[in-house]
Design a protein around this ligand. Structure first.
Ligand code: NIG
Ligand code: FE
Length: 407
């Protein structure tokens, strides 16, 4: 549906006459402007107008949707996922229940390497079909734009195969997609003793082909203990820049391992995870343009510490929230649960969490001009909720479903 009006809205959420030009930081993150008793008009898929009270006559010919007192908010932006994969990893989930750690499983050839073996054995069509199902699941749960990473290939053929799948998804997806090349997700077993050889393959073989076929928007590196170190990460991000790919980093998941330092030094768009931060990391981020992406469902699923959201916000870092949907550390793309965890476990207020999952997340995908707020000219990708007493009910109702309709 490209032309319609929604009437009888209890609160239009995240309404900005002028969209913020920078991610919201500090106290501003709590600024979630509401327009009560509202209507909104969408024309040609774009928010053309909104206001209070009765829908103006000039929009009478548009098909009407009665929100019946529900709230209307901009769709979530999920800026960090790995939804192209060939098999789930519930055996590792059980191994962790029985006492093994995520790092031990990875060090023994499980984890990312397990997924890489499964991707290598899968056809492009198989990968496409299952990823498309996950994409639709996310869209039906309120995600209005999504980032998808490669990174379960770990050789040139398989990485390119994954990125071609993401490109095919872009062609048929109901929501915009950004593709991220994550060849540096882990060292394949055969390169564990000769890490530079694998980095050379990424730089000299993978990147040129990816750029020639326009297969990625960003480059990402897992900069952490047992994975890529700071120097290797910076080398890879610099190589990506040569091909016009801006950087994203998986960092500070397993310790204070320099991910933030690498991200800020390379002016990365975002550094994601941040389960471990000290004052040094917070100050560095606060004085940079790099966005700190927090992935609370990963901390929940792995039983690791949650990011220090209060410290990051108070310190002035720009933060956003994403799902990290992947088979090993977060097998869910439900952004409403991410928001609930952010409130329950990280003491973010509902307004802060919703802003972090919408407007700030849009910046993390450089889609702030299209998504993240209710602003004239942006895409009409909206969530209509069931009639709820207040917006605070959204995170309060954890695991529940308050979505009436997705547009
Ligand atoms: O973001 N931490 C690194 N990468 C993914 C998990 C990958 C996996 O376990 O399959 C993450 O959590
Ligand atoms: Fe991830």
């Amino acid at each position: 549906m490209k032309d319609f009006a929604i009437t009888n809205i209890k609160n239009l959420v995240g309404v900005w006459e002028q969209s913020p030009t920078k991610p919201l930081r500090g106290n501003d993150l709590a600024n979630l402007p509401l327009l009560p008793d509202a209507w909104i008009a969408i024309q040609d898929g774009i928010i053309s107008d909104y206001g209070q009270g009765v829908l103006p006559h000039k929009y009478n010919e548009l098909p009407h949707l009665d929100a019946q007192g529900g709230h209307v908010l901009p769709c979530y932006v999920d800026s960090h996922t790995h939804i192209v994969y060939a098999a789930c990893r519930e055996q590792e989930f059980v191994a962790r229940i029985k006492g093994q750690t995520y790092e031990e499983i990875a060090a023994n050839g499980g984890g990312i390497l397990n997924s890489a073996n499964r991707v290598a054995a899968a056809t492009e069509d198989e990968l496409f079909k299952s990823a498309f199902e996950r994409l639709i699941l996310c869209a039906n749960q309120g995600t209005g734009a999504i980032e998808i990473k490669s990174g379960y290939g770990l050789n040139t053929d398989s990485e390119l195969k994954m990125l071609r799948v993401i490109k095919r998804l872009k062609d048929v997806s109901p929501i915009p997609i950004k593709a991220t090349f994550l060849g540096a997700h882990a060292f394949p077993l055969e390169y564990k003793q000769n890490q530079q050889a694998y980095i050379d393959i990424i730089i000299n073989e993978m990147l040129p082909q990816i750029a020639a076929n326009n297969l990625a928007d960003y480059i990402d590196v897992f900069c952490d203990r047992g994975f890529f170190n700071v120097e290797q990460t910076r080398q890879l991000l610099q190589a990506g820049k040569q091909y016009g790919l801006k950087g994203k980093i998986h960092g500070n998941e397993l310790g204070l391992t320099g991910g933030v330092q690498a991200a800020v030094a390379e002016n990365a768009i975002s550094v994601d995870h941040l389960e471990h931060t000290s004052n040094e990391e917070i100050n560095l981020l606060a004085n940079s343009e790099t966005i700190g992406t927090m992935l609370p469902s990963t901390a929940f699923f792995l039983g690791i510490p949650y990011p220090n959201a209060r410290g990051l916000i108070k310190g002035g870092a720009a933060v956003c929230l994403a799902s990290d949907f992947n088979p090993g550390s977060s097998p869910s793309g439900r952004m409403s649960f991410v928001i609930s965890l952010a409130c329950i476990k990280m003491k973010m207020t509902p307004a802060e969490a919703i802003n972090a999952a919408t407007v700030n997340a849009a910046f993390a995908l450089e889609m702030q001009n299209e998504l993240g707020t209710i602003t004239r000219g942006k895409l009409g990708k909206l969530i209509i909720t069931k009639p709820i007493s207040s917006l605070d009910f959204l995170p309060y109702n954890f695991g529940g479903d308050i979505i009436e309709k997705i547009l």
